[in-house]
Design a protein around this ligand. Structure first.
Ligand code: BES
Ligand code: MN
Ligand code: ZN
Length: 474
């Protein structure tokens, strides 16, 4: 919300912010010479030099009006690093609100984009159910001689907000049906085609693994298919698959209450995929992408699938159910087969809040990456460089593949506690056909925070949208 760029100042502001590189204290021309002198004196007296992390607030009288100003140090210009800069600006601005005119002598497009993203972050609050709604917003106006085009980042910001809202909403409302309706609505708004399959249609396709997970809930499962063809001449089609568990009780292998509490976030992968589609389509990126979400709720009733059951899957393999809480991979297996065989995509990236193990390994700091294709991982890493998103490549060793072998079926759905993230990846890999390039992003730790983090507040983060957007765009 509320960030704009102007190149003429047509009104008075009572709050200003200025970004300085270290030892380069220079001012924009819009300030009167008296103001500049005054500010220079304050800066000298307070020994502000513009080091990274340094900030200084001051107030002064300008024509009888009290003006607040904040100086933000951006560090050495030669050492400029987008990631460090973003966090620094975020920390300097996060407790401010009201209308602020911000400037720096050398405005880079990076400034405008980062400021826009940071403002959007600072202003976000999922306050739908709160008594006190957020009423203080940061309205940042960037003064820049050349007007940077920020339309692309604004669309990205909005798609992240959409993803956060989808994840933060309670599971009672954010059902598979609701998720399908939202996909339809945004498809229409953004310019991509959406097709919804109901339980009967999924059954016809043989998606038994997916349907087994969803069958106990009164909230019926749906398959959401989103198609965006921005480059019809090109044959290459990116495939995205998002885990869409609108709630995960664990099923009959019931989760303890503490672990269940945040399980409305188990459709985080689908929110990322929907957000990415919206951003690509609204920015009219010339690429082809098909995304699939097999959305359902892992609940309990007399209709529940059970530990010890053997379910079939769309690709014909039989899966021995060891633990009904290892449900995500069952839904993903069928979604992967669907996107491979029916949509015939050229590569597949799945995003899923798949394992507690990845949270143990990487915490909330990085998404775990597993792949059968090193080039894809490299591309992903490059695409993430300019964003505040971390991805860490982990292995799929033969040992992990052995762990999911079953004595009575093609595979089993759980290998127990150890190496749960890589063995889950090995499970998914066993559903990849013809060595199609594939990458699995385990976002269980990064999609949702139960406490405030360094760059994200408590709650949903909209993780991986920026990186996947960049990955597909380039
Ligand atoms: N949705 C969970 C994984 C999860 C954990 C997401 C923490 C977000 C935060 C997943 O379905 C699950 O329950 N995984 C089990 C698998 C196990 C039974 C093999 C896990 O990781 O404990
Ligand atoms: Mn589970
Ligand atoms: Zn789950």
């Amino acid at each position: 919300m509320s960030f704009e760029v102007i190149n003429k100042i047509s009104k008075n502001y009572s709050k200003y912010a200025t970004i300085f590189f270290e030892n380069e204290i220079e001012f924009c021309d819009y300030m009167s010479s008296e103001t500049r002198e005054l500010i220079t004196a304050i800066i000298k007296k307070q020994e502000f030099t513009g080091k990274i992390g340094e900030s200084l607030s001051a107030s002064y009288l300008d024509n009888g009006i009290l003006v607040d100003i904040i100086f933000i140090g951006a560090g050495k210009k030669e050492k400029f690093n987008k990631k460090e800069y973003r966090i620094n600006i975020f920390n300097s601005l996060k407790n401010l609100n009201g209308e602020i005119l911000i400037s720096s002598k050398e405005i880079l497009l990076a400034d405008a984009n980062i400021l826009s993203e940071v403002t959007s972050h600072i202003n976000y609050d999922f306050d739908k159910y709160k008594d006190k709604k957020k009423n203080k917003f940061l309205n940042l106006t960037l003064f820049s001689e050349d007007l940077s085009d920020i339309s692309e980042i604004k669309i990205l910001n909005e798609s992240i907000i959409l993803a956060k809202n989808l994840v933060n909403e309670q599971a009672e409302l954010m059902t598979p049906k609701k998720l399908s309706e939202i996909a339809l609505e945004y498809g229409e708004k953004s310019g991509f085609q959406v097709e919804i399959l109901d339980e009967a249609q999924a059954l016809k396709l043989g998606m038994h693994a997916f349907l087994a997970v969803g069958r106990a809930s009164i909230n019926k499962p749906f398959v959401i298919i989103m198609r965006y063809f921005g480059d019809k001449e090109n044959k290459y089609v990116h495939g995205l698959v998002g885990k869409g568990l609108t709630y995960d009780t664990g099923g009959l292998s019931l989760k303890p209450s503490d672990s269940m509490l945040d399980m409305k976030d188990d459709m985080g992968g689908s929110a990322t995929v929907i957000g990415t589609m919206v951003a690509l389509a609204q920015n009219k990126i010339k690429k082809n992408v098909v995304a699939v979400v097999a959305a359902c709720e892992n609940s309990i009733s007399s209709k529940s699938y059970r530990p010890g059951d053997i379910v079939s899957s769309m690709n014909g393999k039989y899966i021995e159910i060891i633990n009904t809480d290892a449900e995500g991979r069952l839904t993903l297996a069928d979604a992967i087969t669907y996107i491979t065989r029916i949509e015939k995509v050229s590569e597949i990236i799945d995003t899923a809040t798949l394992t507690g193990g990845i949270v143990v390994a990487l915490g909330h700091t990085a998404t775990g990456v597993f792949s059968n294709n090193k080039e894809m991982v490299k591309k992903l890493e490059t695409s993430s460089e300019n964003w505040e998103e971390n991805f860490w490549h982990l292995p799929i060793y033969d040992d992990y593949r052995k762990m999911i072998k079953s004595e009575i079926a093609s595979v089993k759905n759980s290998a127990g506690r150890w190496a749960s993230a890589p063995s889950a990846a090995a499970f998914l890999e066993s559903f990849i056909e013809n060595d199609i390039p594939w990458m699995h992003l385990d976002i269980a730790g990064t999609a949702f925070l139960s406490e405030d983090g360094t760059y994200h507040k408590k709650g949903a983060t909209g993780v991986a949208i920026q990186t996947l957007y960049t990955y597909i765009k380039n």
